[in-house]
Ligand binder design. Sequence first.
Ligand SMILES: [Zn+2]
Length: 316
Amino acid sequence: MINRVSFVCPACLGQVEQTATETECLYCGSRFRRNASGCTDFAPEASFDDHWTRNPEVRKAWLAIEAPREEEYELGLAKRYVLPLLEKLGYRPGSTTVLSAGCGMASEVDLLNGGGYEGWGIDIGNRVDCWERRTSLNRLARADIRKMPFPDECFDFVLSLNTIEHIGVVGDTDQVTPDYAEERRRAMHSLLRVTKPGGHVLLSGLTRNIPFDFGHVQDHGFVRIHSPWEPFLLNFSDIRKLCAETGKVEWAKPLPLRGFFSWTRLRHSPARPLLPVVDWLFGELPHFVYGWWACPFWIALVRKRPAEAVQSTAAA
Ligand SMILES: [Zn+2]
């Protein structure tokens, strides 16, 4: 595999060199440790304490039950949603670089590379410890979305799914930090920094306005009930606003939801026969529904301004 992209120093964007145990910046001298599977930890100062590593029993149960479900979810989502979207946008295997920022188990990174795309992945949580199963280990790293170890404008397509709400929060909770808005702006700037001019960013998440959250339930039992004005979750308008604030975005639009969900839990419930119908419906709703505050989930496709547009803004 020939790489079009290579890791750089997240501090100064200088060239790095790898030894068996470390990755060292040739420019500023920063040194980053490589773990047993060879992945570099570019963010030793930052941690995201996923709830499942809080004690050994929870960890064991999570690895046995939830980890395979997450891998199944990631693979299904990549097959049914991300690959068709790449094709629709004209991105061809063999000539396209893709980053999954907040890749979790990173199964989709393997799938992308298996399909001829150049897929890279970063994550900062403890799922990094599960990466020894991955075949694209040399394209995975532990890193912070706000300070990524990649050169400017090197990816055609960047996906950061169900991730942005976890930026600017205390650990793996729904409690935001005082500077959460600024942290999310930094994340959006950073995602756009590594995206090529005219390239795309795909984001997704649960809608803030719906007070029932079945996705972030670690301290909440079955469902997390929250205010529609809470700062933790976002909605599509919040994303559009974040994009506008960067000054680098040509447009941000909501996409239909069909194919996005793997229903890893509901598939084993009596609701199973209904799921294909629900999924079909998710592609047939009037377009205004996607991105609407009353739609429980949003998927945002963002296009970074092409090079000329960026230059003319700078000149103005
Ligand atoms: Zn450096």
